[in-house]
Design a protein around this ligand. Structure first.
Ligand SMILES: [Zn+2]
Ligand SMILES: [Zn+2]
Ligand SMILES: [Zn+2]
Length: 346
């Protein structure tokens, strides 16, 4: 059975036994049974032992406009409130729904206030969201403050905050700062990831060129006409083939080589570091690099070891991409990140 509407109340319910006293001195008659059924806080108030049980119970709700209390009581009876009421008393109804634990009303207020958020109001709403434990609204406010901080600083709300609540001001500034450095970290991380991904692709192409051959470079033995290609990573593969051709012919190579030759050396060394079949490997110098690396003591070349590990990781990620599309991988990575800040930053 649904809750009775206000018009039905007078017909079906007994006489009111509770008076709600508002800040304007207005009395709103109500029924303890209805109040107790919708709010555990009101239930505990009406169930308190009173000295004179026969007299009416008075519940004082001050600190908010009396019309907002009327709207609140109407909601308790009908589970309804109009957009007009939310427009006028949204923040008061949010506070009341939080204090008296009315989740349904709280949800409506959070949604409405979030939709109507403006730069002018955002600081006050943020404070309210923090006091009323409304995380969704809090995150929404922080996003707006962070993206329009210059304008927010000029609002009355911000000036009031600076004068009266420096602690909260500091909290906001810290969150903006964390969000900024987090964005920078994410950008740097993405740039690094794409570099490791390129190296991983280059490793794949190098093996493929040295074992089966691609369009213009291939291993000794098979006829060039037998070579496959262009392969599915042809952009990388073509660049690598040009580099290999240059490496074979460059005259400077003997004296340490030119910068292109040095890149080729590094790629060959990187291959050797991640190659797990040195005995049967077709990539030139693989075994020589392996032997040389065995002579290098642990800790001598930590930077190189990190690079190798990251490329191996990128290779594994690229294998994953065969099974998971790009968005799924992004989601997987995002789930690891701090939910609160992630919501705020994104
Ligand atoms: Zn190729
Ligand atoms: Zn060269
Ligand atoms: Zn190898």
């Amino acid at each position: 059975m649904g809750k009775p509407t206000t018009t039905a109340v007078s017909c079906e319910l007994p006489d009111p036994d509770v008076h709600i006293l508002t800040s304007g001195g207005q009395h709103i008659p109500a029924h303890s049974s209805v109040l107790a059924s919708v709010s555990p806080v009101l239930e505990s108030i009406v169930d308190r032992p009173y000295k004179h049980r026969s007299s009416e119970i008075i519940i004082t709700i001050t600190g908010v406009p009396c019309h907002s209390v009327s709207s609140f009581v109407r909601f308790l009876y009908s589970s309804r409130c109009t957009n007009e009421e939310l427009e006028k008393f949204g923040i008061h109804l949010l506070a009341l729904s939080h204090v008296f634990v009315i989740p349904q009303l709280k949800h409506r207020c959070v949604k409405y206030i979030g939709q109507q958020l403006t730069i002018e109001k955002v600081v006050d709403v943020l404070k309210l969201a923090s006091l009323c434990d409304a995380p969704d609204l809090y995150v929404k406010c922080m996003k707006l403050i962070s993206s329009s901080f210059e304008s927010v600083q000029k609002t009355q709300g911000w000036k009031f905050l600076q004068e009266h609540d420096p602690q909260f001001e500091l909290e906001i500034l810290q969150l903006i700062d964390e969000s900024e450095s987090r964005k920078k970290r994410t950008r740097r991380h993405r740039a690094e990831q794409s570099l490791y991904m390129e190296l991983s692709d280059a490793m794949e192409c190098l093996e493929h060129i040295c074992t089966e051959g691609c369009t213009s470079v291939g291993p000794y033995g098979p006829e060039p006409s037998m070579r496959r290609g262009p392969c599915n990573k042809f952009h990388t593969c073509q660049g690598l083939q040009l580099l290999i051709k240059h490496f074979a012919l460059c005259e400077k190579r003997v004296n340490g080589g030119c910068y292109r030759c040095k890149s080729m050396w590094q790629l060959l060394r990187l291959h050797s570091s991640i190659c797990n079949q040195p005995d049967s490997c077709g990539v030139p110098l693989c075994m020589q690099f392996k032997l040389k690396m065995q002579q290098v003591k642990k800790g001598d070349d930590d930077v190189w070891r990190v690079l190798v590990r990251k490329v191996i990781h990128a290779k594994a990620m690229s294998m994953c991409s065969l099974f998971f599309p790009e968005r799924k991988r992004e989601e997987l990575r995002d789930t690891i990140q701090d939910a609160r800040l992630r919501n705020f930053c994104s």
